[in-house]
Design a protein around this ligand. Structure first.
Ligand SMILES: [Zn+2]
Ligand SMILES: [Zn+2]
Length: 337
C-alpha cells in the first residue's frame, strides 16, 4: 500500500487533498521551455502515457475489430446501430462497474487518496431510486450510452457518405496522427464552453442539475447526466463537418468522452493503486467543481479557467476568491430582482 500522506494531507473528517495542486500544461507557461513541454508530452506519466494511449488503443481495437465495414454503414440499418450500442454498453459497464466494484465495494485501497471519505449516497431522496449509484447507472446507460452511440452512428454514416470530410491514412499519416493525438485537448475546449452554457441558470435547472446532484461523485457519476446535457456533451464529433479526419477519430473522440469521465474527475480518488504503482487520475480539479460549483469548468490542462477567472487549485486563497465571486453574483442577482 502506498502511503498517501507523502502526497497530500488529510483533514479532521478524513478527506484527503493533494499537496501538488492542479496546473495547466507547460505549453502556456512563460518563459517557454522546450524541455518541460517534451517532458509533458513524452514523459511517463505524460500526455501520451498512460491515458491517451489507453483510450487510443481501445478506439483502434473498436475500429478494426468491432465496427461494421463502411460499405454496411453507408446505409442506415438498426442492426448495426444495435451492435454499436451493445459494444458501448459493455465497455461502459466493464469500466464503471469494474472501478466501482474494486474501489467502492471491495475497497481495494481503502480511503487512500480519497477526496471525500464518504461513500456513495444511500436513502437519499435527491437521487432516483433513493440511491446515488442506481441513479447514476440509470442516467449513464439509459441516456448516456444511447446518445453517444447515436453520435457515433451518425458520424460513421457521415464519413461513409461524404458529409464528413474523410482522409486516408496512407495519404495523410502525419496530419491524421497529429489530429488523433490532440483530440483530447480539443475535447477539453469543447467541454469548457458547453459546460459554461450548462451553468446558465435556466439550463442548469432544466438539465445540468442531474449531474450536480453528485456532490461527492463516483465512477458511475462520470456520464450520469440529463439527456439534454448528453446531446451537447457528445457533440464534439460534429467538428468533422469542417475538420477532415478518419472515422477512427470519431470513434476515439466519442469513446474518450464516454469512458474518460469514469476514470477522471469523478472516480473520487487522486490515484488508482495497482500494487506499488499509483496511477494519477487527474481528478482533483473537477472534484472541486462538484464540491463548489462555481469553479473549474474545464479540467485544467488548458488554462481556460485561469483566463476567465474561475480557476480553483484547491488552495485556501483560491477558495476565498471563489466565495467573493459567488457573493458578488448573488448581489447582482438581488439587484436585478
Ligand atoms: Zn457543472
Ligand atoms: Zn462532473
Amino acid at each position: 500500500m502506498i502511503d498517501d500522506t507523502k502526497f497530500g494531507s488529510r483533514d479532521k473528517r478524513g478527506d484527503w487533498k493533494p499537496f501538488k495542486l492542479s496546473s495547466n500544461i507547460p505549453f502556456f507557461d512563460w518563459p517557454f521551455s522546450i524541455k518541460n513541454n517534451l517532458k509533458w508530452l513524452l514523459g511517463i506519466p505524460g500526455y501520451i502515457l498512460p491515458w491517451t494511449f489507453f483510450y487510443g488503443l481501445i478506439a483502434i481495437i473498436f475500429w478494426v475489430y468491432l465496427t461494421p465495414p463502411m460499405e454496411v454503414i453507408k446505409s442506415f440499418h438498426y442492426s448495426w446501430f444495435l451492435y454499436l450500442l451493445i459494444r458501448n454498453l459493455l465497455i461502459t459497464i466493464i469500466c464503471a462497474g469494474g472501478l466501482h466494484f474494486f474501489l467502492y465495494i471491495k475497497k481495494s485501497q481503502g480511503n487512500a487518496f480519497k477526496f471525500n471519505v464518504k461513500g456513495m449516497a444511500k436513502n437519499n431522496k435527491n437521487f432516483l431510486f433513493n440511491d446515488q449509484t442506481k441513479d447514476n447507472i440509470f442516467w449513464s446507460l439509459v441516456s448516456g450510452v444511447p446518445i453517444w452511440t447515436a453520435y457515433e452512428a451518425f458520424s460513421l454514416w457521415a464519413f461513409a457518405n461524404g458529409y464528413f470530410l474523410g482522409l486516408e491514412w496512407t495519404m495523410h499519416p502525419i496530419y491524421l496522427g497529429l489530429t488523433f493525438l490532440f483530440l483530447p485537448l480539443f475535447r477539453e475546449v469543447h467541454f469548457y464552453f458547453v459546460h459554461r452554457l450548462l451553468h446558465i441558470p435556466f439550463i442548469y435547472n432544466f438539465s445540468h442539475y442531474v449531474h450536480h446532484k453528485n456532490v461527492n461523485p463516483g465512477p458511475w457519476s462520470g456520464i450520469a447526466m440529463h439527456w439534454f446535457e448528453h446531446i451537447l456533451y457528445f457533440s464534439g464529433t460534429l467538428i468533422h463537418f469542417i475538420i477532415p479526419a478518419h472515422p477512427v477519430h470519431a470513434v476515439f473522440q466519442l469513446l474518450h468522452a464516454g469512458i474518460g469521465p469514469l476514470f477522471h474527475g469523478h472516480i473520487g480518488f487522486d490515484k488508482i493503486q495497482i500494487g506499488k504503482l499509483g496511477i494519477d487520475t487527474h481528478s482533483h480539479a473537477h472534484y472541486l467543481h462538484h464540491k463548489y460549483f462555481e469553479c473549474n469548468y474545464a479540467d485544467g490542462a488548458i488554462p481556460l479557467d485561469k483566463m476567465f477567472g474561475t480557476f480553483h487549485n484547491g488552495s485556501e486563497e483560491a477558495k476565498e476568491k471563489m466565495v467573493l465571486r459567488m457573493q458578488q453574483r448573488m448581489k447582482k442577482m438581488k439587484t436585478a430582482k
